[in-house]
Design a protein. Structure first.
Length: 247
């Protein structure tokens, strides 16, 4: 299958520190690709470079076959690359609906319609309604985002990401801090999202990763030590020694 997002030999140096070392990864529509590793393994550096937060020292990134290595984050977002962050990035004083409508408006701006009230734009309003329904927050649509539970805020972040109508989703620890019930709802949501997106999931919850991932990449000290099907990764001796602490 053709990769929607592909990275080749991505390397990032910070002075004498090599944070990312010749990493290859390919994201395919219909697959959830998990990246795991201990703190400092290079996961956040990888997702930040893929999203365009900062450039690689070397290597390249392609989206739908087009080289986007030199593109900044806003341009990549406009081209269909969406991401969530480890920390909440919602507007807490706005309603759930307004958060999603603003996200849709950021992707589909209509400056030529200067005379129209942005809050009544039928296009961004329809997108906001659709993603709220898809993510399961319709009962909370008019509630202030700051009043949501932690899990609901994480759901809202993904809804806002979907409102930009991306082809690729880069999700940075969406399960962090969730209880068992919230985790189950999020896993169900992620399972649905992969049907029509290419999804990269950075996550520390290994039980969740091996339940939902179609492919797993393991990183240690900025480099990939294994990548493959979850069952193969679970039984890989190098992974068990380096990551799971087994001999």
């Amino acid at each position: 299958m053709t990769a929607l997002l592909q990275a080749h030999q991505l390397t990032r140096r910070w002075g004498g520190l090599v944070a990312l070392n010749a990493v290859d990864i390919a994201l395919v529509r219909g697959e959830l690709h998990a990246v795991i590793g201990t703190n400092g393994a290079g996961k956040s550096t990888l997702i930040n470079i893929l999203a365009g937060e900062f450039p690689p020292s070397s290597g390249r990134v392609a989206l739908a076959g087009k080289d986007i290595t030199g593109w900044d984050q806003p341009r990549r977002a406009q081209a269909g690359l969406g991401r969530s962050y480890q920390r909440n990035t919602i507007f807490p004083s706005f309603s759930v609906f307004e958060n999603c409508r603003l996200a849709a408006q950021s992707r589909f701006q209509r400056p030529w319609q200067w005379w129209r009230n942005a809050q009544t734009c039928p296009h961004s309003t329809a997108i906001a309604d659709a993603v709220i329904q898809r993510i399961g927050l319709q009962a909370m649509a008019q509630r202030s985002a700051g009043m949501l539970s932690h899990g609901q805020k994480r759901q809202l972040e993904i809804a806002m990401c979907l409102a930009t109508q991306p082809q690729v989703l880069l999700l940075d620890e969406p399960l962090a801090g969730m209880g068992a019930e919230e985790t189950e709802r999020m896993l169900e949501c992620l399972h649905g999202l992969k049907q029509d997106h290419a999804v990269l999931l950075v996550e520390h919850d290994m039980d969740a990763v091996f339940r939902i991932a179609d492919r797993v990449t393991v990183m240690v000290n900025g480099a990939v030590i294994a990548s493959g099907l979850p069952n193969d990764i679970r039984h890989d001796p190098q992974v068990r020694m380096a990551y799971l602490g087994e001999h």
